[in-house]
Design a protein. Structure first.
Length: 306
């Protein structure tokens, strides 16, 4: 079963890459500026990095996000994420999105995002639903001795987010594939506590459709360190992706190389997770991001087997 899933994902990847729109010399020289720097914080943020493991339980998370832009703009949204095991603890389906965002722009942010004069007043503040993301996460290796955990993820971004003329969402599809590997080291344990240090690396391919009938292809990367025990986990990761348009010397900067520093604190209380996140945009993602949320976990595979 696992080999068939892997083959399916690889064939899907090859088919999508082969379907790219051919480029002519003019479009290759033109910077589209369809990139995170010129849009709202939810347009195509750096994907959350995996640590080499899939969710083995049904997990539903609801959260509130606050983004404070370096240019004075503010965004508040209500988001959700759902992880569903697909009849095995090796594969899960993940769905997430900002269900609704409320935003307020400044003159500086409107100018930086290149909002056209006729749209400026309408773009100052508003609310709208965001893009839906769907991924299949597959555990291809399990940690054993020197062997690490490894997860292959294939994800799709829909074009459900609107108002590209207000610089909120691209209004175009995207996708990414990545492989994350992780390894845990025991830091000792007692009757109630078991401490572990986990390190993880990830790499992949990410792309999105631009306004010239072409894709911006990016290399995706990430590194993570996590301290975890029975009751909580604390992780920090450095992640990002880099598109090809930044190498273009025919015009203004594409700003398509976002990099972020992120910290996650998760407390476990029975089947409930309390979630707190802080993220700082290091490059081409001009936002502070704070998230607080709650998640519920259910061992649905055991329920199904009963």
């Amino acid at each position: 079963m696992n080999r068939k899933l892997l083959l399916f994902l690889l064939l899907t990847f090859a088919d999508v890459v082969a379907a790219q729109t051919p480029l002519n010399r003019t479009s290759q020289r033109t910077v589209t500026q369809i990139s995170p720097y010129y849009f709202g914080p939810n347009a195509f943020a750096v994907p959350e990095m995996l640590d080499g493991r899939v969710q083995t339980e049904l997990r539903a998370e609801v959260a509130t996000d606050y983004f404070h832009g370096f240019r004075g703009d503010q965004t508040i949204d209500a988001s959700f994420k759902l992880n569903i095991p697909l009849w095995t603890d090796r594969v899960n389906l993940s769905v997430w999105m900002p269900a609704m965002e409320w935003y307020r722009n400044t003159d500086e942010s409107l100018a930086a995002c290149r909002v056209q004069p006729e749209n400026i007043e309408e773009a100052r503040e508003g609310h709208l639903a965001g893009d839906v993301y769907v991924s299949t996460d597959m555990q291809i290796l399990r940690e054993n001795g020197l062997r690490p955990d490894a997860v292959l993820r294939a994800a799709l971004k829909t074009a459900s987010g609107f108002e590209s003329f207000h610089a909120r969402y691209y209004d175009s599809p995207g996708y990414f594939f990545d492989l994350s590997v992780g390894k845990s080291v025991s830091l000792g344990h007692s009757e109630r506590w078991a401490h572990r240090l986990r390190v993880a690396l990830s790499g992949g391919f990410l792309c999105w459709q631009t306004d010239l009938g072409r894709q911006n292809d990016a290399t995706q990367w990430g590194v993570m360190a996590k301290w975890e025990n029975t009751y909580f986990s604390l992780s920090g990761n450095l992640a990002g992706y880099g598109g090809w348009e930044h190498n273009n010397d025919g015009g203004e900067l594409a700003h398509d190389r976002p990099a972020v520093l992120r910290f996650d604190l998760i407390g476990h209380i029975g089947k409930i997770d309390a979630v707190a996140v802080y993220q700082y945009g290091l490059r081409d993602y001009p936002y502070h991001w704070v998230r607080v949320g709650l998640a519920y976990r259910l061992d649905i595979l055991s329920v199904i087997k009963q």
